[in-house]
Ligand binder design. Structure first.
Ligand code: CA
Length: 362
């Protein structure tokens, strides 16, 4: 008799006490297959997923286990969504904007140019309706998403030549995926999408003129500082959300305790990954500023930023007119964003502006 059948029978018999079922779960063990869109060895993200697996085992007393598979170990890096949707795997750790080809609305769950930062996007998911509509849209694919980390603000990227005005972007080949790439295209850039492992060589050989990746935390590991001298801050990914998504039917068949453990551990992983990005960005920025590398750190000129903002608005309007789901998510964001922005501007931003003026810790 399988466990579910047994539980059902036991419940019908009305003899199954809570203690009895809890003991039963502790004696049985289940292993979930979770695939990543990046290598297991990738610092912060791959490492975060492995930490999640350990945490689930610890919280469940070993009755629930998660086996992590790196990109291409079990399914291709970007095949995880379909594999999980079909139930071939139990879950995956990836990013919602990779699936914009399935539904353009998914790009809005990661981050979009000039959109919300972590402190704003996280409350939107938990209390502003973001999680509800994300789950509603993923349910069409038999998927149940959880937040799986956030990269925080991402750097605008590495350029082989300085960007002094909008004109300097014209004709540049840049590796930049997602809506950021579409914005850059409107500014005259030729966006290209090449796999992570090939970016360094492409940049070194001049096949591309620029690339974005994440921030100092992971960029210095890629070695971009050796082949591109100009490193700019950016607006294209102000706080990209990662996801830990499960096959919905498989998840719902798990005992309630196991569901709660997965949810709790995913929350821990989510904040752990964000905090680690922040920490590593701070550490690696110091390395960059130490003069060890011949890198010029700067901001894009105002005309680039203004043109990018205008292009972003055009793209958002265009997609909202074209795609029903995109319009639904965008409308939700539009009702929340001004409110949280008002709060951010009223106190947190004001505080950051005045905090460091002449303060003793310098
Ligand atoms: Ca990026």
């Amino acid at each position: 008799m399988d466990r579910r059948k047994f539980l059902k029978t036991a419940a019908v018999g009305a003899t199954a006490s809570a203690a009895f079922t809890t003991n039963l779960y502790a004696k049985t063990s289940k292993t979930l297959k979770v695939c990543l869109s990046w290598p297991k060895t990738l610092p912060i993200m791959g490492e975060g997923a492995l930490w999640f697996a350990d945490r689930v085992k610890e919280l469940s007393g070993g009755s629930l286990k998660v086996k992590i598979y790196g990109a291409n170990e079990l399914v291709p890096a970007l095949g995880v969504f379909d594999a999980c949707s079909k139930g071939l795997i139990d879950g995956f750790h990836s990013g919602p904007y990779y699936w914009k080809g399935k539904n353009m609305a998914f790009s809005l769950f990661s981050a979009f140019p000039f959109g919300m930062v972590y402190d704003e996007i996280d409350p939107w998911f938990d209390f502003g309706g973001g999680m509800d509509i994300w789950r509603k849209l993923y349910a069409k694919y038999n998927l149940l998403p959880f937040k799986g980390g956030n990269t925080g603000n991402q750097m605008g990227g590495w350029f082989r030549k300085p960007i002094k005005s909008l004109n300097d972007l014209k004709g540049l080949k840049m590796r930049i995926p997602g809506l950021g790439g579409e914005v850059m295209a409107k500014l005259g850039v030729k966006p290209v999408n090449i796999p992570g492992g090939e970016i360094y060589t492409a940049l070194e050989r001049g096949v591309i003129d620029a690339t974005e990746w994440v921030g100092p935390s992971l960029d210095l590991i890629m070695g971009f500082q050796k082949v591109a001298k100009y490193y700019y801050t950016g607006w294209h990914e102000p706080g990209s959300l990662l996801e830990l998504t499960f096959n919905k039917k498989k998840f719902e068949r798990l005992p309630k305790e196991h569901q709660a453990i997965l949810e709790a551990a995913s929350r821990e992983m989510h904040t752990r990954i964000f905090n680690q990005f922040q920490y590593q960005n701070a550490v690696k920025l110091q390395e960059l500023l130490s003069g060890k590398y011949d890198v010029v750190l700067g901001n894009f000129p105002d005309d680039v930023n203004e043109a990018a903002k205008k292009a972003t608005q055009e793209i958002l309007n265009e997609y909202a007119n074209k795609y029903k789901d995109f319009a639904m998510v965008y409308d939700n964001i539009k009702s929340f964003f001004p409110k949280i922005r008002k709060w951010t501007d009223t106190l947190p931003k004001w505080y950051l502006d005045i905090r460091d003026k002449g303060f003793i810790v310098d």
